[in-house]
Design a protein around this ligand. Structure first.
Ligand code: ADP
Ligand code: GLC
Length: 476
């Protein structure tokens, strides 16, 4: 048995703002079948209910730069033990990372404390062989292990894996944050965590971890190029021999049209009948006219950010109308995108319907009720919605980048290469033309529904990587 302590800022169903939550929520359970003993550490945000949890540790000693952070631990035993770090002054807020005013100003401390607490958990509660860190919020774990705790006998032989879910979020802070996060100025250099004059938490994870992974094979290659490297491609190329691409798996327990509790009717690859009822329900839910039942209906569930190609979706709305395609969109994020989307829905209520905010039930209804799913991302480390769409017989129309390129093929969806409205329009035109041939369309839906992206294969790959990191034990 390999013992893994995962540290992250999100895990479904407790806290989720995107795919990171899906992955950290479902990977631990899948690893159990691969001779891994996994525990997870997360912050206890205000919205994480404690009623079904046990308080298992009082006064976990977390000291940084002479300040004592009063932390305790709660435990939820679900698919694995999920430990929650309670520190109300840091995490007892509505947002995970920020509020309407922007990122919380103390994020460096909030996630430094999470990272230091992980090492306290590793010492006192769950002794891991590997600490598996996810994204910039936990990038300081390998940095602490290699500096502050480099000579601490507790951690001798403890290895770290740092998984990059999104290189676009880096955890950058002014140099003046260094003392408060308990790191010496000696780490502030090009081969340490300095990044253009700032402290970079993601770079800390990349530079100090024993292994690095990212969430698709294609993205592992892309991030080593200038186009997708966000300024870190050089560092990633240097560490290229330790960089692995392991695609995300999908939890078909949560995303399955045969059992999904959120959708109007169940259906399967052998019996698609229920899908029409789901479309009717979605059309009603979004207040589109009955006529929408006859047209192709495109769906989007997304964080509204530049990454997701939101601007392209806005740009092509007139073209959707002229092709007689309807659109339902559920989005959360940048307010600047909301206004044009809302205006479009007011100008074209027969075709365009939008909703803003985070809504799990509506996300499932869109996956089930739409005919096609749009994902014109600028970049996409893996992407989960296109894979959910496949299972729901909702044909993906995607830009061929990162995980989108790896998971969608001719025959299961429509791909375009150039990041432009023109290329997206051409792909939608091809999809709506295909939609007119009902039998061919159904065959395409079925091919997608038969694809298997369950965790089985990817969890085994993670287990293999953990083993590899451990056999490198003691090596220089
Ligand atoms: P990312 O992590 O970059 O946002 P993914 O495709 O990996 O993209 O995962 C997004 C996850 O977040 C999916 O489970 C999706 O359904 C969910 N999601 C995104 N936006 C919303 C929203 N507004 N409401 C509900 N779920 C959402
Ligand atoms: C990130 C990426 C997304 C990926 C998810 C889970 O948020 O944007 O592509 O699927 O993490 O790894």
């Amino acid at each position: 048995m390999i013992k893994i302590l995962m540290v992250a800022s999100e895990a479904a169903p407790f806290a989720k703002s995107g795919g990171l939550g899906d992955v950290v929520g479902s990977l631990p359970g899948a690893l159990r079948e691969n001779e891994c003993d996994v525990a997870v550490l997360l912050p206890r945000y205000k919205g994480v209910g404690l009623s079904s949890m046990r308080r298992v540790y009082d006064l976990l000693p977390v000291w940084i730069a002479g300040i004592f952070y009063q932390c305790s631990l709660y435990l939820a035993e679900t698919s694995a033990p999920f430990y929650f770090l309670e520190c109300p002054q840091l995490y007892g807020r509505d947002g995970y990372y920020g509020d309407a005013a922007g990122d919380y100003p103390d994020n460096a401390i909030r996630f430094a404390v999470l990272s230091r607490a992980a090492l306290a958990v590793a010492r006192r509660v769950f002794r891991p062989d590997i600490v598996h860190c996810h994204d910039w919020q936990t990038g300081l774990v390998p940095a602490y292990l290699n500096t502050v705790f480099a000579n601490d006998p507790t951690y001798i032989g403890t290895k770290t894996l740092f998984t990059i879910h999104n290189l676009g979020y880096q955890g950058l802070f002014p140099k003046s944050a260094l003392p408060a996060i308990g790191l010496d100025r000696r780490v502030f250099h090009m081969n340490g965590l300095e990044f253009f004059g700032k402290v970079s938490c993601i770079k800390a994870g990349i530079v100090y971890s024993d292994g690095i992974s990212t969430v698709s094979r294609r993205y592992a290659v892309e991030i080593q190029t200038e186009e997708y490297g966000f300024g870190l491609d050089g560092v990633l190329r240097e560490r290229g021999s330790k960089l692995y691409g392991i695609p995300n798996g999908v939890d078909y327990g949560n995303w399955n049209p045969e059992t999904d509790p959120y959708i109007a009717a169940h259906y399967s690859v052998d019996d698609l009948a229920g899908k029409a009822a789901c479309k009717r329900d979605l059309v009603r839910e979004f207040g589109l006219p009955q006529a929408a039942m006859k047209r192709p209906l495109a769906g989007v569930v997304s964080r509204l950010t530049p990454q997701k190609g939101t601007e392209l979706i806005i740009e092509i709305i007139p073209e959707l109308i002229s092709q007689d395609v309807s659109l339902v969109l559920l989005g959360s994020g940048d307010a600047e995108y909301e206004t044009p989307l809302r205006e479009a829905s007011q100008a074209f209520p027969e075709h365009i319907a939008v909703r803003f905010g985070y809504d799990e039930a509506v996300a499932h209804k869109i996956e089930a009720g739409a005919d096609m799913y749009l994902m014109p991302s600028q970049y996409e480390p893996c992407g989960l919605n296109q894979v959910y769409s496949l299972r729901y017989g909702t044909v993906p129309v995607v830009r061929a980048t990162g995980g989108l390129d790896d998971t969608i093929e001719e025959g299961t969806g429509f791909k375009f290469r150039e990041y432009s409205a023109r290329s997206l329009v051409a792909a939608i035109r091809a999809a709506s033309a295909a939609y007119q041939d009902k039998d061919a369309w159904k065959a395409m839906m079925r091919r997608g529904m038969r694809k298997d992206f369950s965790w089985r294969v990817s969890a085994a790959e993670y287990a293999g990587l953990y083993r590899k990191l451990l056999t490198a034990r003691g090596a220089a």
